[in-house]
Design a protein. Structure first.
Length: 364
């Protein structure tokens, strides 16, 4: 049966009986690590580590060895845990007749696991069309760990706060999701660490605010990236150049920054096109896979740009990506592109005088 990572974690935490075989797969390592860490205590309770019979198979696994580990009655605690990490054995697509036979044997073995044994299959990929998956689906708990996008974060954030007896107010949760809108997948482990710091910072207060987030989430790399992209979208050239310099100090490459800036300009351009076509905010949010509050802000920001200047800047960034391999003044060229895009004084003073003017006055 298919079950969510959150549900299996709840069962393990509550001591509820779980399926004898749990298969955890997918790209999100956060949940896989959490389940793997929680399972031994759920199986063995307070038994001493030396009394816990845990067998791990990582590579070049023989089915007979798994069968022996699964079927041998444990000597000390009365329970055993068998962890199969060998993805060549159970993950991905079939690799020839030998692999197909192994998977058939594994499916037969795992269809009848004795009560004293708990089996955990842990990996990234599994062929959902294969016989092994279809067999496991009948008796095992199938836990697919998918990465979360920033706009999908709110239930996860609410759960994390509730675990600590607290809650985020509306602006606080929206601020976190806005920070993370610059990344493809939410860094759940880093987020959990920041929430733990937030819990300490807030003390006895049970409602966490936007100000709390701004004070405690500075360690997330996405925060500085968001600040940079927001400064670009707001056409704040002085702040943009300052933040770009900070990214340079932190070791971020021109290639990565070009990709980040291009991402923002493409989003702004697409929002302008959709608004021109009279798309609703809900329709824009659906296409961009963005939260409604972020779309509202992007709609306002997009009005600061013409499609022509966005397209021109994207072409220049594309050309810079090609030139990067040959070395040269890479950061300076990225600065030039942003100055041309964001500054009115560029047309009056030119590149060098405009840069000096902006850095001295903070105006564009």
């Amino acid at each position: 049966m298919e079950i969510t990572a959150e549900k299996i974690m709840q069962q393990l935490s509550a001591g509820t009986q779980v399926a004898g075989v749990i298969a955890v797969f997918g790209e999100e390592g956060y949940y896989k690590d959490k389940i793997a860490a929680a399972l031994p205590r759920a199986v063995f309770g307070d038994a001493a580590p030396e009394d816990r019979e845990i067998t791990v198979f990582e590579r070049d696994t023989d089915i007979k060895e798994i069968s022996a580990a699964v079927n041998t009655y444990p000597f000390f605690s009365g329970r055993s845990l068998v962890i199969i990490k060998d993805e060549k054995l159970w993950g991905g697509k079939d690799g020839g007749e030998k692999r197909k036979q192994q998977q058939e044997e594994l499916a037969e073995l795992l269809a009848d696991v004795p009560e004293h044994c708990q089996v955990l299959l842990l990996g990234e990929k599994i062929d959902k069309r294969g016989k092994l998956y279809k067999s496991l689906l009948k008796t095992a708990a199938m836990v697919e760990c998918k990465s979360l996008k920033s706009y999908q974060l709110k239930p996860w954030l609410d759960e994390q706060a509730a675990l600590r007896g607290c809650r985020f107010d509306y602006e606080a949760s929206q601020t976190i999701m806005e920070y993370l809108s610059v990344t493809d997948n939410a860094p759940l482990l880093l987020l959990e660490q920041e929430i733990e710091k937030l819990s300490v910072y807030a003390g006895e207060r049970k409602i966490w605010t936007k100000d709390d987030i701004e004070q405690t989430f500075a360690a997330l790399p996405e925060v500085s990236r968001f600040a940079l992209l927001n400064a670009i979208a707001e056409k704040k050239l002085g702040q943009t150049l300052e933040l770009l310099g900070e990214e340079r100090k932190h070791g971020n490459t021109v290639l990565a920054l070009c990709g980040l800036v291009s991402f923002q300009l493409r989003r702004l351009g697409r929002v302008k096109e959709l608004l021109k076509g009279r798309a609703s905010q809900a329709e824009i949010a659906s296409e961009l896979k963005a939260a409604p509050f972020a779309v509202k802000k992007m709609a306002e920001q997009s009005r600061r740009f013409g499609l022509g200047e966005l397209e021109r800047a994207l072409l220049e960034l594309s050309q810079l990506n090609i030139e990067i391999r040959y070395g040269g003044r890479q950061f300076e060229k990225l600065e030039e592109i942003l100055i041309r895009l964001l500054s009115q004084c560029y047309l009056v003073f030119g590149q060098k005088k405009c840069l000096k003017f902006v850095l001295n006055t903070g105006q564009a």
